[in-house]
Design a protein around this ligand. Sequence first.
Ligand code: IFM
Length: 456
Amino acid sequence: MSASLPFPADFLWGAATSAYQIEGSPLADGAGPSIWHEFAHTPGRTRDGDTGDMACDHYRRYRDDVALMRELGLNAYRFSVSWSRLLPEGRGCVNPRGLGFYERLVDALLEHGIQPMATLYHWDLPAALDRLGGWLNPDSAHWFAEYAQVLFRALDDRVKLWVTLNEPWVVVDGGYLHGVLAPGQRNPFAAPVAAHHLLRAHATAVQAYRAEGRQRIGLVVNLEPKYPATETVADLNATMRADAYWNRYYLDPVFLGGYPPELPEIFGAAWPTFPEPDFELIRQPLDFLGINYYSRQVVRHDVDDWPLNAGRVRQARQTHTGLDWEVYPQGLTDILEWVASRYGPLPLYVTENGAAFYDPPQADGAVDDPLRRRYLRDHLRAARAALRNGVDLRGYFAWSLLDNFEWAHGYSQRFGLVHVDYATQRRTPKASARFYADVIRGGGGALDAEDAGGDG
Ligand code: IFM
């Protein structure tokens, strides 16, 4: 394939969001609270006390948002389902009004020729289940499969791509180890247990899907390639540890049947022994893998650091996003190729990729975001390079369709292709959205145009 050849004709050009980050109305129509509702309402947990109470008001404006997707030419949309809208107590009685919202959303997408990719868990565990121990409770796998079954039965005739979990690494690292995300625990002994139960939950839902689902199901992980700062043995070892913790922790058990050997060393006394049969369960064959890619890490051994942080970031300070994440498109090519070679040829999707930059509306209301536009261009080129090198890449989902609630950062970080004025809920496609629409219309050809990406 030459540099200028377009993407495959059936390539999915999408954008992604998640329930708590955009929907608003978290308790509407009989929904139960999620851990994120409770966390955001706890003083001091999010920037400026921001919550998802209103967010992008997507729960009430979803039809307009779907029309906007159509206007931009998207042929796919990745969203997540709020577990506690469907099952207010996390299990037991189904709330038909909660389910009805997702049925109407999926129908609206299909009416507009947009393929839905539905994620079952994007961090918003029902608070009722957290009170029973949440992901630390071994029963969580069964709670999750029961919830998944409700969705499979209702929507498998219309949803062709299902995702069990979004970024289990973040759920555990932020929610159970460092306490910066819901449910806010800081406990190295809890973290590996939560991780293991998430993997069991993923696998149990896949098993349930195989029993009655007819389409395709996969997992989404966040990956960040690790590069040693120097070739010294200490830096190389630190890089291996960082890679095990970030990139192999969830994929090795799913595809290879066991945890990376570095993990017991990293967790020390906090690393438990897991029942052997669990590994057979966890290794369920998947139809695809979704990769969320944002940045890379350059690793240097740091002797004073606790092992989990050994090899903390020493970035070459070039371009960075609003969250201080280095912009490094080559890392996307590298990670896609690494996954394909380590875990075998399987269909891949870039299920999230994007950048937080703040670009306020101009006097005429337009929003110009040259850095995001360039980020998008360069990462799409990087994805295409992986395709050209033989990676079975089936689609790309920009994060995010809309500016939204960026978890503990509240509304201070804007990742959207579309600007949201939170006071009026007015949506304004940014220049990056228009650029993406051009790219989609031309099957990728616009990536090679002279002025692609707004360098100037
Ligand atoms: O906003 C998040 C999303 O919920 C999960 N992946 C990373 C995004 C940017 O931080």
